[in-house]
Design a protein around this ligand. Sequence first.
Ligand code: NAP
Length: 259
Amino acid sequence: MDLGIAGKNALVCAASKGLGRGCATSLAREGVNVTICSRTEADITRTADEISAATGAKVTAVACDITTPEGRDKALAAAGDVDILVNNAGGPPPGDFRDWTPDDWHAAVNANMITAIELIRRTIDGMIDRKFGRIVNITSGSVKSPIAILGLSNGARTGLTGFCAGIAREAAVHNVTINGILPGPFDTDRLRGNMKVQADKAGADFDDFYAKQAATNPAGRFGTAEEFGEACAFLCSAQAGYIVGQNLLLDGGAFRSSI
Ligand code: NAP
């Protein structure tokens, strides 16, 4: 299926690896000019080269911290007129809310709510003028099914989701859509890092622990960044203009509900 977005410009944030990289790769395969960013220069440059070699697309690497105003300036300057924006950043650490200071909250809200809102604020009017825009926020399954130790994530990402629910209805008439993708467990460095901590705590062998955890998912496995990217690319497609203000849970069926 041709997604009808060849030649569009995308900014995919936090994309040297994991879910962001998956999204950038799927968009590049559709002929989108993709700008990707992350903080570590060597990693983002290598990833851009690899995606470009694999897809033939123009992929521009920007080394920046997207949670800072300077980082956003740098990424937006490189991306040009952004038609497709994929908001993503590192997730806040787990913990006990009794230990979290206002500074911890400000950092989480800045990274996982305000950063995305700022990038939307600075790109949406151009999308509206050009009568095409696709904004996808990578949030978390914890927006729908909160996990107590991820309270910083639950709070900040739910704030972003609520904010976008309002403006999505204003933008839709201009063929500009805003949607969220809520990842459940995906096999990325982040997931493996968290699982290593848990395996060590339990005194378990990592591979054994990992396999047992994956088997508890209804799909019998964790998701892949590639399949996450494909779902993102569809939400960014020309065909997806009527998908507005939705939050797509990708978790292999882990969250049990009838609808
Ligand atoms: P990952 O594999 O650890 O990759 C994170 C990417 O983000 C890296 O490219 C990293 O590169 C970049 N990054 C982190 N902080 C950044 C910043 N401030 N500015 C620019 N780039 C930054 O993580 P992931 O699993 O793909 O997760 C992506 C997001 O989805 C996170 O917010 C995570 O909490 C959320 N999530 C993931 C899962 C899962 O199962 N994987 C589940 C629920 C939610 P640098 O470190 O070089 O900057």
